[in-house]
Design a protein around this ligand. Sequence first.
Ligand code: DGP
Length: 127
Amino acid sequence: MNAAGHVYDDSNVFARIVRGELPCDKVFEDEHTLAFRDIQPQTRVHILVIPKGRYVSMADFSSRATGPEIESLIRAIGQVARDAGIEADGYRFLSNHGEHAYQEVPHFHVHVFGGEQLGRMIKPPGR
Ligand code: DGP
């Protein structure tokens, strides 16, 4: 358990990508951050931006990450959107945190969606 009370699972798929044990379609990398295409894209452009550090979720990252790690991740989101050519028409970035948001991979990640009309914000099931 880390200082924020989160248990990081080193066998999660993004940990394995960061360690180079699994391949990814990389679009950006610097000292702190990696970005690659989602394996099951939900929009024409669907990129995942992740810290290289061992952070479970937004709660963990926002409470424990260093300033340079946070700056790198935020700048990377903007950079991958620019590089993917989706800045002018617009894009959406979001992060699923925990059970209510259906977070599947327990390594903090930000989705970047674009390349088409995205519609309005997602409605919860049944509403
Ligand atoms: P979330 O539900 O927010 O935890 O989203 C997890 C995303 O990760 C989902 O869109 C599919 C993607 N994903 C899962 N496994 C892999 C993988 O091995 N490679 C890549 N590139 N993406 C993956």
